[in-house]
Design a protein around this ligand. Structure first.
Ligand SMILES: *[C@@H]1O[C@H](CO)[C@@H](O)[C@H](O)[C@H]1NC(C)=O
Ligand SMILES: *[C@@H]1O[C@H](CO)[C@@H](O)[C@H](O)[C@H]1NC(C)=O
Ligand SMILES: *[C@@H]1O[C@H](CO)[C@@H](O)[C@H](O)[C@H]1NC(C)=O
Length: 425
């Protein structure tokens, strides 16, 4: 091989390397320093209305602007049954593409705008249909984040605290599951102009609503979040794109178990003690009966605190009414026993008087009463003996039925029916 060929090969190699360096896309940026737009130039551009007019939506007269939304929950506020609402503290992140904002990025991934310069670009006019009260945090500066990437994609994040209405059906209270929604809707532009979409985050396995594990509620457990999107039609104004996130909240029963269920259960059991007390001990049995009835009344009043005055019975009311009934029947049972024993004594006395022929002898001894009662079915003692069995048995049956009805499919059936009505609004 001649040295000339070697030289030619070397030169050829160098040329190929140089050509590759030019083609290599990763080195593009190095060759485009002149096209780099500085943040200052960008601000000047968006302030010049003849270049970017924030009054007109992107793709004017074209396809709808796709606004992708994400919600990051920072805290769940109190859920109020009385006001039928709940408060939510969250970041609303919106993302859309505005081709008018394209610039030569060079190496930079995005330009960050200040919260004031947001007024120079177009933003989607959204609102929350089920909001009662809302606040945009402004400490220390308005809590807004705006970023624009070179291809004109705008990321806009704001921090809000809203009080949102949440109609609740309390038939299963306190064994209920509530569904509270967050609705986001376009206020000005119809669905032909703006289309809202949830932006799922696949790495975090959510559908657009992120709830960090640190977010918790005192009385509820967040079971699930369901998101949906649809076009909502209004007869006078048209059809608007709308997003909906529904939080499924399961009430924790622990508080009510300790505060209401167990104490009232113990009172009912206490009322049965009377069946073992001698029926002649009138003050003892009356006192026990009255005390348990009064204690149940106090419990009943306590259980109604913090619960709205709804016109239908709640699960708690059913429980309380049943306990009240058991305690009341236990007291009533003594009235029956007392009357029966008086009648028996009179009958027995008359019987003995006739037998002995000695009228006016009022001495009643217990053994002769028992002898008289022998062989006769329904006596006062027999009623007491039966009550010792019947009352606990019926209370156990009631308990089985109660917990089965309020914790099984039965309740989801009612809730589903209610949701159908709620969904139609
Ligand atoms: C706005 O942009 C137009 C066109 O580039 C230019 O002629 C005009 O001077 C700019 N106005 C301002 C205030 O920068
Ligand atoms: C704009 O660029 C980002 C990455 O910087 C990309 O994710 C996005 O899809 C691009 N959008 C368009 C409309 O080209
Ligand atoms: C809403 O309406 C727009 C245009 O009218 C349509 O493109 C879009 O698919 C609709 N969205 C849903 C969720 O029905």
């Amino acid at each position: 091989m001649s040295s000339v060929t070697m030289l030619m090969l070397t030169i050829f190699g160098i040329l190929v390397n140089m050509a590759l360096a030019f083609i290599d896309p990763t080195q593009d940026a190095n060759f485009l320093p002149s096209g780099h737009t500085s943040a200052v130039e960008f601000m000047n551009m968006i302030e010049n209305r003849s270049l970017v007019d924030q009054r007109i939506r992107p793709n004017h007269n074209g396809p709808p602007v796709i606004v992708k939304c994400q919600v990051f929950i920072s805290s769940f506020g109190s859920i109020s049954e009385v006001n039928m609402d709940y408060s939510l503290d969250f970041f609303l992140r919106q993302e859309w593409n505005d081709p008018r904002l394209q610039y030569e990025g060079g190496k930079q991934r995005y330009i960050t705008l200040t919260s004031e310069s947001i007024k120079n670009i177009w933003t989607p006019p959204l609102y929350f249909p089920n909001e009662k009260k809302g606040e945009l945090h402004t400490m220390i500066i308005p809590n807004k984040l705006i970023r624009v990437t070179p291809n004109g994609t705008v990321t806009y994040s704001i921090r809000l605290t809203l009080v949102l209405s949440c109609p609740m059906l309390l038939t299963d209270f306190p064994l209920d599951t509530q569904e509270c929604a967050l609705n986001i809707e376009s206020f000005v532009y119809e669905s032909d102009d703006i289309e809202l979409q949830w932006q799922p985050d696949h790495s975090l396995k959510n559908q657009g609503v992120e709830i960090p594990s640190t977010v918790g509620l005192a009385q509820f457990k967040i079971d699930d979040v369901k998101v949906s999107s649809r076009n909502r039609s209004y007869s006078r104004t048209g059809s608007f794109s709308s997003l909906r996130a529904v939080f499924h909240l399961k009430r924790q029963i622990g508080y009510y178990l300790l505060q209401t269920y167990i104490p009232s259960m113990l009172i009912v059991i206490l009322s049965w003690v009377a069946f073992w007390i001698n029926k002649e001990a009138v003050p003892a049995r009356i006192a026990l009966g009255i005390t348990t009835v009064l204690t149940m009344t106090t419990q009943l009043t306590g259980s109604r605190q913090g619960v709205p005055r709804v016109s239908y019975p709640k699960a708690m009311d059913v429980w309380m009414a049943a306990c009240m009934l058991f305690v009341f029947l236990a007291l009533l049972e003594y009235a029956v026993v007392n009357v029966m024993s008086t009648v028996e004594k009179d009958k027995q006395a008359r019987h003995r008087d006739i037998e002995t022929g000695k009228k006016g002898n009022k001495k009643r001894d217990r053994s002769s009463v028992l002898a008289y009662n022998k062989g006769r079915g329904c006596t006062a003692q027999y009623v007491d003996n039966c009550s010792r069995i019947i009352f606990p048995v019926f209370f156990v049956i009631f308990n089985c039925a109660y917990w089965a009805v309020y914790t099984a499919e039965f309740q989801t059936m009612i809730v589903d029916a209610f949701n159908k009505i709620k969904g139609e609004e």
